[in-house]
Design a protein around this ligand. Structure first.
Ligand SMILES: Nc1ncnc2c1ncn2[C@@H]1O[C@H](COP(=O)(O)OP(=O)(O)OP(=O)(O)O)[C@@H](O)[C@H]1O
Length: 352
């Protein structure tokens, strides 16, 4: 179980700061996800940790050992970590067993010990009976497991995974999510993975770092990213959130009092008096009885049927350019004005 400590880590490509002063610690044994919009720098950050890129500045420590920083640069193969890529990179002419043993062979391990390691790793990923198969006779999910077994066989303290589930269809991906959780638990190794799919990150990881433009916006357990986004970017990126400009009038023990559509609302949050963002997701809103004090007035601009409910797109009255969503068991009339109740949300300060 290796912990990772990054300090002031920077990597430019020409004028582009792909990773821009990242300071981050990942505890040993964590299942840690890096997420963010395309081009935010998550793959570059993973490659820096791996030793496939050298930083321009800052330091990387793995289990306390300085592997990059100043003149020091320990190459990937000497960092004692495993890597799993979305391409799997299996040797087509080698059996499953030989593929898994390949890394061990390089370490010139005695034959019997190597065979035991291969068997152990294949059992861990649920492929104990497939040792003699060739990769082309495996499903995508099974190939993915072989790639993981190849890393696990080395018993590294840290495994880095680049979009590990990206090549699987939706059904298989669902199965592999729970398999990955089980394998992580049983292996007791630190897993750090990059994904563009935030649902995947939330389902797998116990901590998630959200990146934007080379910087870390927030590091938190998935539940906290949802309930208490630290920045407007996180509020918008996670769970299809929307941000509505509001005036924060004051603090209450439960959060903030704010004004929106000439109504006074009380919403959890920690913003000071002044301009604020009200961060909302579909589940924070509900078609409400008209007398509900915590309500907003909105016009139905679109609706779709999804997973047994109607998802309504709502344009808030007197707020330009913000469309919110809520779910309703019954359809609404397009163009109709509705009162929607506020059942949650989070308030952040807004730069004036
Ligand atoms: N080898 C490279 N040469 C030049 N620019 C690069 C290189 N690798 C990455 N970049 C740039 O650095 C920035 C971050 O790229 P990176 O691949 O780390 O982002 P990402 O978050 O993983 O994106 P995606 O989700 O699209 O894979 C981008 O602007 C990208 O164009």
């Amino acid at each position: 179980m290796q912990d990772i400590a990054l300090s002031g880590l920077t990597r430019h490509f020409g004028a582009v700061p792909a990773v821009d002063g990242v300071t981050l610690s990942v505890p040993g044994g964590a299942f840690f996800a890096l997420v963010g919009p395309s081009g935010c720098g998550k793959t570059t950050l993973l490659r820096l940790i791996a030793g496939l890129e050298a930083p321009d500045g800052g330091t990387i420590r793995l289990a306390g050992r300085l592997v990059a920083g100043g003149p020091r640069f320990i190459p990937a193969e000497e960092r004692g970590l495993g890597m799993v890529f979305q391409s799997y990179a299996l040797w087509p002419h080698m059996t499953v067993g030989q593929n898994v043993a390949f890394g061990l062979a390089l370490r010139s391990m005695p034959r019997a010990a190597r065979a035991a390691r291969v068997a152990e790793a294949l059992a861990l990923v649920g492929l104990a009976d497939m040792e003699d198969r060739l990769p082309h006779r495996l499903s995508g999910g099974q190939r993915q497991r072989v790639a993981l077994a190849r890393s696990l066989a080395l018993r590294p303290g840290l495994i880095l995974l680049d979009e590990p589930l990206a090549n699987l269809d939706a059904h298989l991906r669902q199965t592999m999510l729970s398999e990955f959780r089980r394998i992580h638990r049983e292996a007791g190794t630190t897993f750090v993975f990059v994904t563009h799919d935030q649902n995947e990150a939330m389902a797998l990881a116990d901590r998630v770092a959200v990146m934007d433009r080379g910087r870390i916006e927030q590091v938190a357990p998935p539940q906290d990213l949802f309930a208490r986004p630290a920045t407007p970017m996180v509020a918008r990126f996670v769970g299809g959130g929307r941000t509505v400009p509001v005036d924060v009038l004051g603090r209450t023990p439960a959060g903030c009092t704010l004004r929106l559509q000439d109504r006074l609302l009380e919403v959890p949050g920690a913003a000071a008096t002044g301009p604020g963002w009200l961060c909302l997701r579909a589940r924070d809103l509900t078609p409400a009885p008209a007398r509900d004090a915590q309500r907003l007035s909105a016009r139905v601009v679109d609706q779709r049927f999804e997973a047994g409910d109607y998802v309504l797109s709502l344009a808030l009255d007197r707020v330009e350019g913000v469309t919110l969503e809520t779910t309703s068991p019954t359809p609404a009339t397009l163009g109709a004005t509705l009162d929607v109740g506020l059942r949650g949300g989070w308030v952040l300060p807004r730069a004036a």
